[in-house]
Design a protein around this ligand. Structure first.
Ligand code: ADP
Length: 620
C-alpha cells in the first residue's frame, strides 16, 4: 500500500499566493520603506539648510541695521562737539526706532540736551549706576558707539542703549526693539516654527513668546545660543522647555554685532510631516497590496482550477470510472502547460480504458476456456464412471464364483485397481465440478457425531492393515447436531482420515470434535491427529493447491492425484468453515476444519435440491 504523507504539504493555491506576495509585495514594501527613509532624510536636510539660510538672511539684515545704527549714531555724536545738530538726524533716528537720544554731562550725569524725546522725555539726571555703566561701555570703545544688552525699563519696555563719549558728554540713544521683532515675526514655520534674536549676552531681543521679550529672557543656556555667542553659525538640535519638545535650529552669529539669530522648528513637526508621508505611502501600499492579493487570488484560482479538475478526474479513474476525461477546451484550460497535462491525462485514460477492456476480453475468453475444460473433465469422468461401475460390478460378481487361488489373486487385483481408478475419477469429477462453479451444498439437519463415527468405522480396517489404531473422542462436545451438507462433511473427513491412514504406520489416529465459542462465532472444530510421517517444511505452504503431493515420485506407495486437500478446502469453505493443519516432521500431523454451529436456516448457503451423492462417490 502506498503511504501518503500529507501533513507537510501546502496547497498549490496558497504556495502561489505566498510566492506572489513574496516576489511582488515584499520588494514593494522594501521600496516604500527605502523611499520613505530617503525622503525623510532629504526633508530633514532641506529643513536644516533652509533654517540656516533663513538665520543667515536675518543675520545679514541685522548686520545692515547694526551698521546703520552705529554709522548714524557715530555721525551724530561727532557733530555734537561742533554744536550743530544735523538736520537729518531726527528723522533717521525715528526710522531706526530710537525712543530718544539724550546727552548728559560726562562727570555729573546731568541732562544737557535731548533729541527725539517726544514719547518719553530724557531724564534730568542719570542714575549713578546707569551713568557708571554707560561710562564703562564707552571706555571699552572710546572712539566708537557701544551698544548695551537689552534692558527692561520701569515701564516694562525692552530697550537697547547706544552710548558714545563726545566732548565731555555722554551721548545715550535708547533704541526700541521693534525692528528686531518685526524682522523675526516675518519668519514662521509650520505651526510653531519661529525666529529668535538675542543680544551679545544671550538675552532675547525678539521672540514669539511676548513674555520672554518683556523680561528679556536670557537664553544663553540653550546650546545654539551658546554657540552663536561663541561666534559660530550652523544647525543644532536642543530641547525647548518653552515648547516642551526637541527642536532643530539653524543659527547664525551676526558678525561685528555680538547678536545672534536662530530659526528653530519642533522636530515633532518634521516627524508629523514625515508621518503624513508615511500615511499616504501606506495608503498607496495598502491599495497596491489589495490589488496584488486580488490579482494573486484570481491568478491562483485560474491556475489551480485546471489542476483540481485533473486531480478530480484522476480520483474518479482510481475509483474505477475509466470513462472519465478532463475538459480540454481553452475556457477550462487557459494555460498551455496545464492544457498539455490535461491532454496527456486523457491519453493515459484512453490507454488504461483500452487496456482494461482488452484484459476483460482476455479474462472472459480464459474463463470460458477454463469452464469448457472443466465441463469436459466433468463429462468425461462421469461418462467413464458408468462403464467403470460395470467393470467393478462384474469383477465383484466374478469374486463370488468358485475360483482357484491364482484366479482369486487376479480378481482381487482387478477390484483393487478398479477401486483406485474409481477414487481418482471421483476426485477429478469433484474437482472439475467445483472448478466449473457447479458445487452445490445442501442445508439439512444432521448429527456430526454419527458422521465421525461412521468414517472411523469405515477406515478402521484399512488402518489396521498398517497396524494403526483409530480412536474417536467426542467427550468434549455436547450437542453435535448441525445444519449443513453431511455428505460433503463426510467427504472432507474421509479424505483427511484416509490421508492419515496413508501416511501412518504402527501408529495412532485420533479423531476429535471441539466446540469453539467466540463473541461473533459459534463453531465446531473437527481434528484428525496422526502419528505419521508429518509434512516436509517446503510443502507446507502449498499442499492445499491443486495436484500437489509431498512426494510426487512415481514410486510413492500411497497413490492419489494431489487433489484431495484442494477439494476439501473448497468444500469446507463452501460449508462456511476453515481448514488447516499443524505438523512436525517425523512426529505427526493434525488436520482440522471448522463448521459453523447452530446457524439459523435462513443464513445457510443456498441448498441444493438434488439429493447428495453416496458415500462411495465421495470417498477420497
Ligand atoms: P493425495 O490424494 O495425493 O493424497 P492430498 O491433496 O490429499 O493428495 O494430499 C496432498 C499431499 O499432502 C499428500 O500427497 C501428502 O504428501 C501430504 N499429506 C496429506 N495428509 C498428510 C498426512 N496426514 N501426513 C503426511 N502427509 C500428508
Amino acid at each position: 500500500m502506498i503511504r501518503r504523507i500529507t501533513s507537510w504539504r501546502i496547497p498549490v493555491r496558497r504556495a502561489l499566493l505566498a510566492g506572489f506576495l513574496i516576489t511582488c509585495v515584499a520588494p514593494l514594501a522594501g521600496l516604500w520603506y527605502w523611499s520613505f527613509s530617503a525622503i525623510l532624510q532629504n526633508e530633514t536636510d532641506e529643513v536644516r539648510e533652509r533654517h540656516l539660510l533663513l538665520a543667515q538672511n536675518i543675520g545679514t539684515a541685522l548686520e545692515r541695521y547694526h551698521g546703520d545704527l552705529v554709522t548714524t549714531f557715530d555721525a551724530f555724536a561727532d557733530r555734537i562737539g561742533s554744536g550743530a545738530e544735523p538736520s537729518y538726524a531726527r528723522s533717521l533716528f525715528r526710522k531706526l526706532e530710537f525712543r530718544h537720544v539724550c546727552t548728559f554731562d560726562w562727570e555729573t550725569g546731568m541732562f544737557v540736551n535731548g533729541f527725539l524725546d517726544v514719547f518719553e522725555p530724557c531724564p534730568t539726571v542719570l542714575a549713578p549706576e546707569m551713568a557708571r555703566y554707560f561710562r564703562a561701555m564707552t571706555e571699552a570703545t572710546p572712539e566708537k558707539t557701544a551698544i548695551s544688552h537689552v534692558h527692561i525699563t520701569d515701564h516694562g519696555e525692552p530697550l537697547v542703549y547706544l552710548v558714545r563719549k563726545a566732548e565731555q558728554r555722554l551721548v545715550v540713544g535708547a533704541l526700541r526693539t521693534i525692528y528686531f521683532r518685526r524682522l523675526a515675526s516675518r519668519i514662521g514655520f509650520g505651526q510653531r516654527g519661529y525666529a529668535a534674536i538675542v543680544d551679545h549676552t544671550g538675552r532675547v531681543l525678539a521672540h514669539p513668546l511676548a513674555a520672554w521679550e518683556q523680561e528679556a529672557r536670557n537664553l544663553s543656556d540653550i546650546s545654539p545660543v551658546r554657540k552663536m555667542l561663541a561666534g559660530e553659525s550652523g544647525v543644532d538640535q536642543f530641547y525647548s522647555n518653552a515648547l516642551n519638545g526637541e527642536m532643530i535650529a539653524g543659527y547664525a552669529a551676526i558678525e561685528g554685532t555680538g547678536w545672534g539669530v536662530m530659526v528653530p522648528q519642533p522636530v515633532a513637526e518634521l516627524e508629523a510631516a514625515a508621518g503624513r508621508m508615511v500615511q499616504s505611502g501606506l495608503i498607496v501600499l495598502a491599495v497596491g497590496l489589495g490589488l496584488a492579493i486580488a490579482l494573486a487570488l484570481y491568478l491562483s484560482a485560474r491556475f489551480v482550477r485546471p489542476i483540481n479538475n485533473v486531480a478530480a478526474a484522476a480520483r474518479l479513474m482510481a475509483a474505477g470510472e475509466t470513462g472519465t476525461r478532463v475538459d480540454t477546451t481553452p475556457r477550462a484550460q487557459p494555460f498551455k502547460e496545464l492544457a498539455g497535462l490535461a491532454d496527456s491525462f486523457n491519453d493515459m485514460a484512453e490507454r488504461i480504458q483500452a487496456a482494461q477492456e482488452a484484459e476483460k476480453t482476455l479474462r472472459l475468453n480464459a474463463e470460458q476456456a477454463a469452464t469448457a475444460k472443466s465441463q469436459f473433465l466433468a463429462v468425461m469422468s462421469h461418462e467413464i464412471r458408468t462403464p467403470m461401475n460395470g467393470l467393478l460390478g462384474m469383477a465383484a460378481l466374478l469374486g463370488t464364483t468358485e475360483l482357484d487361488d491364482r484366479q482369486r489373486l487376479f480378481t482381487d487385483k482387478l477390484m483393487e485397481s478398479g477401486n483406485g481408478l474409481m477414487r481418482l475419477l471421483n476426485d477429478v469429477l469433484d474437482y472439475s465440478q467445483i472448478d466449473a462453479g457447479k458445487l452445490q451444498v445442501a442445508a439439512v439437519p444432521f448429527d456430526l457425531a454419527e458422521v465421525v463415527t461412521s468414517v472411523a468405522d469405515l477406515m478402521r480396517l484399512e488402518a489396521e492393515a498398517n497396524r494403526t489404531r483409530i480412536d474417536v473422542d467426542l467427550r468434549r462436545i455436547g450437542d453435535t447436531r448441525l445444519i449443513g451438507d453431511q455428505y460433503r462433511v463426510r467427504q472432507v473427513l474421509l479424505n483427511l482420515v484416509s490421508n492419515a491412514v496413508k501416511f501412518t504406520n504402527d501408529g495412532l489416529i485420533d479423531i476429535s470434535v471441539e466446540r469453539e465459542i467466540s463473541p461473533d462465532l459459534d463453531s465446531l472444530r473437527v481434528k484428525v491427529a496422526d502419528t505419521g510421517s508429518g509434512i516436509p517444511e517446503e510443502m507446507r505452504g502449498k499442499i492445499f493447491n491443486d495436484f500437489v503431493q509431498a512426494d510426487s515420485s512415481a514410486s510413492r506407495p500411497q497413490g492419489g492425484a494431489g487433489l484431495g486437500l484442494a477439494i476439501s478446502k473448497r468444500l469446507v469453505e463452501a460449508l462456511g468453515g476453515e481448514i488447516g493443519f499443524d505438523t512436525v516432521a517425523g512426529v505427526g500431523t493434525t488436520f482440522w476444519f471448522t463448521l459453523p454451529a447452530n446457524r439459523p436456516i435462513s443464513e445457510q448457503p443456498p441448498a441444493s435440491s438434488e439429493p447428495a451423492k453416496s458415500d462411495q462417490t465421495y470417498a477420497a
